[in-house]
Design a protein around this ligand. Sequence first.
Ligand code: NAD
Length: 259
Amino acid sequence: MTDYEQAVKALIEAKKIVVSTGAGISQESGIPTYRDGLTGLWAGHNPQYLETANAFRENPQLVWGWYLWRRQQVARAKPNAGHIALHQMATLGRKVSIITQNIDDLHEKAGSKEVLHLHGSLATPQCFACHRPAVLAADNVQVTDFGALIEPPRCKKCNGKLRPGVVWYGEELPKGAWKTAMSLIKDCDVLVSVGTSGIVTPASDLPDIAFGLYKTVIHVNTIDQGVGEHELNEISLVGKATEVLTRLYSMMSKEVQTQ
Ligand code: NAD
């Protein structure tokens, strides 16, 4: 049996599938991953600095400019064949839940309904001072210049600066998010981990947790992460998320039709 056949067998036999996604799944929609290195506007900047409360305190205009640029990039982006294949998988009679580290909305744009954002979302800012959620006014600026410095909007209640509603380094996940992720993992039969380097904790623990609970774990990445070589229920499919996921979906739908 090939790795693909083994993966499809597990997916077909599953009642509940969890897909954990990272920046790699959105890379083919034109949204760069951090491991690609920052290019253009932000070449030379370090996300590990920009994504901290300290950076926002020291230089709120730089950090707001960085997120505004990313939000505008995401607003222009379209879901790719990988996002779409995951949505289609959910039409084959298995429950498919997505846990994503991504702060974009490309799973939702592809039609996926059940998406848990472990690291928050670019679309939901909140006040840095009073933590109330806030609604963004339409952008009156397009970030096209190097290191754009943009003054953050103010909170309507306390006049504090607005920050993006994403999880910065050193911060806790959104309330209840990890508990929900754990119950999805405990309840599933297969975890598919797509396009993540497995560096950012605790999301990086998901495959090991699933594997420890005797679930089948399928890794999808452009690089061989050296996993699954010696285990029957850990499979590594090396390739672009668009290619691997569309192939899995197409093999699954053929199997479903013959059942
Ligand atoms: P990462 O940048 O650390 O790793 C990306 C992984 O995806 C790498 O292992 C890479 O080999 C793989 N990859 C690249 N292109 C791929 C493709 N076309 N198909 C399959 N795999 C591909 O990303 P991460 O593990 O998600 O963790 C870093 C943090 O980056 C997360 O906290 C996330 O919130 C943040 N981030 C999010 C976005 C987004 O929302 N789209 C973009 C950049 C970074």
